[in-house]
Design a protein around this ligand. Structure first.
Ligand code: PEP
Ligand code: MN
Length: 346
């Protein structure tokens, strides 16, 4: 990893380090961090002569090798100070709350616009809404390009940044064009390496934040971090890691709640952890408890399905969306718990 003295290198400086790397059969990848760019040496990066040549340039602070499978996501690495900001929140300093419907029904745009206003009132910082949906059955509602217009309208009205899931490159292209603030990689695509590469490449310049959900069949933390590494290595390290429950489910829950994995993730990476209690327990009645557990385990944020009138929703909303008034008290209590946690002796 090449760490520059300034926030980023100029084009001619990048050209110079590329030329030097090429002499050693290496390439240079640019990783656009929230507060500084770093430059990855792709290839045999450990040759002393290469490191000496690069470290000797007056605009380079240092060249770092890190002995970890995920060099960019590792908490000891060059991105350890990467600060992610969205919706007025700096991750790690204040609890981030993402809230909104599972699915936007383009036939009922008014419902989503009402939900958007209500989650803002309740204290959420980012508005979520499903435009395209990964559904288990091909006969279920699959989403609609028109729903993108609805969430863009909601952003314009509320001023909240927006979070939507993309499942393929066409959807990614539309999301990037619309300058969507946060792109979600769902649990089913967490291991779709081609999609992760495309997202990393195409979102780096926009400063888009990626909410990477944990694959529902994923076991080890390392497997999850390797997926984040794909995004970072392809240009965008501004990643929030999102446990959302795994399979097989715990009895009647939708998934096996996994918020307890939060401190294990944090031991290994600098990336913030934002827990999704909604897909974890899958029932509105247990969402507050799961949210509190997540905060107690040290989560930096929560992503909660919320609907103005869950019974009128589609997708997951009738079962697992909470109402805005529940969200409001949940946010107050979660912030109190976070404050209490800061006094625990760990
Ligand atoms: C969702 O956020 O609505 C969703 C489908 O999430 P997941 O990928 O976690 O199931
Ligand atoms: Mn959902």
């Amino acid at each position: 990893m090449i760490i520059p003295k300034a926030r980023k290198l100029t084009d001619s400086q990048v050209a110079e380090i590329r030329r030097i790397a090429a002499e050693f059969d290496c390439e240079i990848g640019t990783v656009v961090g929230a507060n500084r760019n770093i430059y990855a040496i792709l290839g045999e990066e450990r040759r002393e002569l290469l490191i000496n040549r690069l470290s000797g340039l007056e605009y380079i602070e240092r060249v770092e090798g890190i002995d970890a499978p995920f060099k960019l996501m590792d908490r000891r690495g060059a991105l350890a100070a990467n600060e992610i900001n969205i919706g007025g929140v700096t991750l790690g300093r204040q609890l981030l709350v993402i809230a909104g419907q599972c699915t936007i029904d383009p036939k009922q745009p008014g419902l989503f616009l009402e939900t958007a206003e209500a989650v803002k009132e309740a204290g959420a910082h980012v508005l979520r809404g499903g435009v395209w949906k990964p559904r288990t059955m091909p006969y279920s509602y699959q989403g609609d390009d028109r729903a993108l217009e609805v969430i863009l309208e909601a952003r314009a009205r509320t001023g909240l940044p927006i979070d939507i899931e993309v499942m393929d490159e066409h959807q990614l292209h539309l999301a990037v064009e619309a300058r969507v603030d946060m792109i979600q990689v769902g649990t089913r695509n967490a291991l779709n390496y081609s999609l992760l590469k495309a997202i990393g490449e195409q979102t780096a310049e926009n400063g888009t934040i990626i909410l990477l959900k944990r694959g529902r069949h994923m076991a080890e933390v390392n497997e999850f971090l390797a997926c984040a590494e794909y995004l970072a290595a392809n240009g965008n390290p501004n990643i929030l890691l999102c446990p959302r429950g795994t399979l097989p489910a715990l009895d009647e829950f939708r998934s096996h709640p996994d918020e307890a994995i939060t401190p294990l993730i944090k031991q290994k990476t600098w990336a913030p952890v934002v827990v999704d209690p909604s897909h974890s327990v899958g029932r509105a009645a247990y969402v507050p408890a799961c949210s509190m557990a997540a905060v107690a385990y040290g989560a930096d944020g929560l992503c909660i399905e919320t609907h103005i009138n869950p019974r009128k929703g589609i997708g997951d909303d009738p079962k697992q969306a909470i109402r805005p008034e529940v969200l409001r008290s949940l946010i107050v209590e979660a912030c109190q718990l976070r404050e209490m946690r800061s006094r625990w002796r760990l």
